[in-house]
Design a protein around this ligand. Sequence first.
Ligand SMILES: Cc1cc2nc3c(=O)[nH]c(=O)nc-3n(C[C@H](O)[C@H](O)[C@H](O)COP(=O)(O)OP(=O)(O)OC[C@H]3O[C@@H](n4cnc5c(N)ncnc54)[C@H](O)[C@@H]3O)c2cc1C
Length: 414
Amino acid sequence: MAEFTLDLNDDQKQVRDWLHGFAADVIRPAAAEWDEREETPWPVIQEAAKVGIYSLDFYAQQYFDPTGLSIPVAMEELFWGDAGIALSIVGTGLAAVGVLANGTEEQIGTWIPQMYGTPDDVKLAAFCSSEPDAGSDVSAMRTRAVYDEAKDEWVLNGTKTWATNGGIANVHVVVAVVDPALGSKGHASFIVPPGTPGLSQGQKFKKHGIRASHTAEVVLEGVRVPGHCLLGGKRKLDERLARAHERARSAAAGADGGERVKNAAMATFEASRPAVGAMAVGTARAAYEVALDYAKTRSQFGRPIIDNQGIAFQLADMRTRIDASRLLVWRASWMAATGKAFTSAEGSMSKLYASETAKQVTAQAVQILGGNGFTREYPVERMHRDAAIYTIFEGTSEIQRLVIARTLSGMPIR
Ligand SMILES: Cc1cc2nc3c(=O)[nH]c(=O)nc-3n(C[C@H](O)[C@H](O)[C@H](O)COP(=O)(O)OP(=O)(O)OC[C@H]3O[C@@H](n4cnc5c(N)ncnc54)[C@H](O)[C@@H]3O)c2cc1C
């Protein structure tokens, strides 16, 4: 019996078709308006909450699918609708995953429902790690969290930047330095509950693309959060820091401790990056479909422009790259869900290839639509601007290449 299959199961097909319907009927028609307004599309998020797409239940169901394919399939369909609106819908999920992955059961039960709110009163969450001087280089993070033992409170100070939903979220998950001697191993994540004094929104950014998604600075000035807001709890943190110090000592003494820590952190990124690859596949596919349709219906010199190999071959290449991207994304997602080791940085490969594909394919789509492609009368202009984000967030293309090259070579390439 042949076990290998690329067929989605019936549940996955049903969810895919349902999401595609929502993307086609609700998201796509609203895309141009919210792109122009550069505002969070609250009514669309509410609509998604009403039908059950914007909810913890839905997200958790996809997240825990044992094949790993449900998240990429969902991301592809939503981002096919529109990248800015889709990010507004799934942005909370990025913060929720941080709590699901590192929080205690009590923290998960307390905070994740507050991240989503209810269909009548939807809320958002934000994940705040990047800082003005610490983007790719997270070890340069400066936001500090200091424990006030007498009050069992943590005090947070610093400035986060480019935070999706930053400042408008109900719940913020903030990464901060608790042990500066350990570099990026000395970081911990904190919940900042709704209405906590000292947290404010700094600059809201005007962006090149995904303009319906809110991106802003988050300023933390003497923000005090109760001890129970440390994700995972104090005892787990103390044990982790003690282990990290021990490994640092072993690494300095020539043992393999440092390598093991690096590998654990890398495995986490490898598992999350394919989801961004899937978003890129959604945008690329959307632009390709518009271009294919246009090429078949637009006539010049008395025949459809697709009659020219110069156009037809471009479409053939676009579709080939999109399918190859999806296969890389599915492979990495399946590996993450089934606990396979990422021995060749397959997660980074999928994100690198799919994001570069989205940029290339959307640029080709603009070219195929000619003058119309350059105007906002057609969606490929917006898709081309949106696609530029995929090679930047969740690790730039250069960082993905570094990770892949280091993994393949075992050398400390810089
Ligand atoms: C719309 C948007 C939403 C975002 N959402 C979030 C969010 O919700 N939460 C959050 O924490 N962050 C978020 N980010 C931040 C994002 O993750 C960072 O922008 C990204 O990690 C890159 O960091 P940087 O911008 O500081 O670029 P830099 O690290 O300064 O890089 C600049 C350039 O140098 C290159 N480079 C850097 N180091 C190397 C190297 N060693 N070798 C070769 N090239 C290198 C990079 O590839 C890039 O081309 C968001 C960003 C944007 C634009």
